[in-house]
Design a protein around this ligand. Structure first.
Ligand SMILES: O=C(O)CCC(=O)C(=O)O
Ligand SMILES: [Fe+2]
Length: 221
């Protein structure tokens, strides 16, 4: 399931993050890529091990974690490996797949996300393109909006031909590893919430709630 969440960050939060990033030190993106992704990764990211990265990471993580749509659709156990990436003119990230396990704790990447920090009219190119078996789709979202997609895909970032593209990227180890199981839980949960809004706590609502809980018991790890 690929979906996007609007207004993950408010205008004030976006401005505050961008102001702090303007003065920050960025390094070669290749430093955190797997051996094959390194070959095609040509961007910059906020230097690791700095107070600023820790501060911004915890701010963004908290906001994402609290988002109700993210919670129901992704069921995060760990949000991890967050990077603040910058693509200037001529930069791109060629076709790759994300590492399955990341960092010293080998956190699994089930779901990837890109949170756009600047507006699409501030740069040309720079679309995130996600491939499927016979097609591909390009995403270039407004500032504050986040695209969420399976880490199992092949994807790329087109060359930025003008301006600068600023994003936050990160990964999630979900409580429910299997994407099709996550989708079943998401559909049932959405259906029962809309039934609840219309008719309140009916016997049908109780039965769907019981199924959501029991499936979660079966599938969560
Ligand atoms: O910048 C993006 O939208 C995605 C970047 C990416 O694919 C990655 O960092 O692995
Ligand atoms: Fe990626």
């Amino acid at each position: 399931m690929i979906f996007s969440i609007p207004d993950v960050l408010t205008k004030e939060q976006l401005n505050s993050i961008k102001t702090r990033l303007e003065k920050a030190e960025f390094v070669e993106g290749k430093l955190t890529a797997g051996w094959h992704a390194k070959l095609v990764k040509n961007n910059q990211q906020l230097k690791s091990g700095t107070g600023l990265l820790k501060e911004l990471t915890s701010e963004v993580e908290r906001v994402i974690k609290q988002n109700p749509l993210f919670q129901t659709a992704v069921r995060p156990r760990f949000i991890h490996s967050i990077l603040f990436s910058r693509y200037e003119e001529g930069m791109s990230y060629g076709t790759h797949t994300d590492n399955a396990l990341m960092g010293n704790s080998f956190l699994r990447s089930d779901v990837s996300f890109t949170l756009f920090l600047n507006s699409p009219d501030e740069y040309e190119g720079g679309e995130l393109v996600i491939e499927s078996a016979d097609d591909e789709k390009a995403y270039k979202l407004e500032a504050g909006r986040m695209i969420v997609y399976p880490s199992s895909t092949l994807h790329r970032v087109n060359t930025v031909t003008k301006g600068t593209r600023m994003v936050v990227v990160g990964w999630v180890q979900s409580l429910v590893r299997d994407a099709s199981q996550r989708e079943i839980l998401f559909d049932l949960d959405t259906a029962r919430r809309s039934m609840f809004a219309r008719e309140g706590k009916t016997p049908e609502f109780d039965l769907i709630s019981k199924s959501v809980a029991n499936l979660l018991r079966k599938w969560a790890e």
